[in-house]
Design a protein around this ligand. Structure first.
Ligand code: ADP
Ligand code: MG
Length: 250
């Protein structure tokens, strides 16, 4: 579904990504792990159209999407979430689900709000979909809370919910488990699994919680110092000397 083909990215003299190639196959939950500064988020930013690579290509369903802007990729069904959730804190959870920013960068906030005004009054299809998402993620009880009052984990669930409001086919999740308590972590894990199995979403997940990665991801790719150093099941990677040394701690 996504093919990353020999992608490199330099920031000035710093080589953040070095000739990385791998595929995210349709229907998979593919993992991406590695120490801080390995280049994982930079690679996501390249795939999601926030950065252009210094060299290499990204293909979506066989078509070259290298350098296409996020809103174009969004319309082709490729969506990313951020390490830090980008919710609108002064709107309710329900309202947040109604505004899905087309370019995901917040630039079109004003347009989005205008559209939201329309959606809110007229589109019962959207309202039904919001109810469906709230139920699916079991956050109906906080539907009318201001998003800014949610816990870190609930914000991550809301982020997933906003993804579900789009016609996403493939979703890049940057650390869905970061700063989330155990109970909500279980919910996030279940939500990702069900979205994958019941609704056909393909995922690529960056995560430091190895339990979450083990429960969700196959295959898992390991980056260190900008390069891809290994790929395989989490079980196999745990036995890989180079991976243990670079990341898993001996
Ligand atoms: P990871 O997500 O694996 O922790 P990043 O992709 O965030 O790693 O960072 C990889 C390297 O690139 C780091 O050394 C980081 O400081 C650098 N880097 C990331 N984004 C930028 C940027 N916009 N400008 C300059 N350097 C950056
Ligand atoms: Mg990162």
């Amino acid at each position: 579904m996504i093919r990353i083909d020999n992608v490199s990215k330099a920031f000035g003299g710093l080589q953040a990504v070095r000739g990385v190639s791998f595929e995210v196959t349709q229907g998979s939950i593919t993992g991406l792990i590695g120490p801080n500064g390995a280049g994982k988020s930079t690679l996501f930013n390249i795939v999601a159209g926030l950065f252009s690579p210094s060299s290499g290509r990204v293909l979506l369903d066989g078509q070259d999407i290298t350098g296409l802007p996020p809103h174009t990729l969004f319309h082709r069904g490729l969506v990313r979430t951020f390490q830090i959730p980008h919710e609108f804190s002064r709107m309710t959870v329900r309202e947040n689900l109604m505004v899905v920013p087309p370019d995901q960068s917040g630039e079109n906030l004003f347009n989005t709000w205008l559209r939201w005004g329309k959606v809110k009054r007229q589109d019962s299809e959207v309202l039904d979909r919001v109810d469906d998402v709230l139920k699916f993620l079991e956050i109906t009880h906080v539907a009318d809370e201001l998003a800014g009052n949610l816990s870190g984990g609930q914000k991550k669930l809301l982020d997933l919910g906003r993804t579900m409001m789009t016609d996403a086919k493939v979703v890049l999740l940057d650390e869905p488990g970061a700063g989330v308590n155990r109970t909500l972590l279980g919910k996030i894990r279940e939500a990702i699994l069900r979205l994958n199995r019941e609704r056909g979403y393909t995922f690529c997940v960056i995560e430091h919680d190895m339990d979450l990665i083990s429960a969700l991801c196959e295959p898992v790719h390991v980056m260190a110092n900008g390069a891809l150093i290994a790929s395989g099941s989490m079980e196999a990677l745990r036995r890989n000397e180079e991976v243990r040394e670079a990341y898993l701690g001996g």
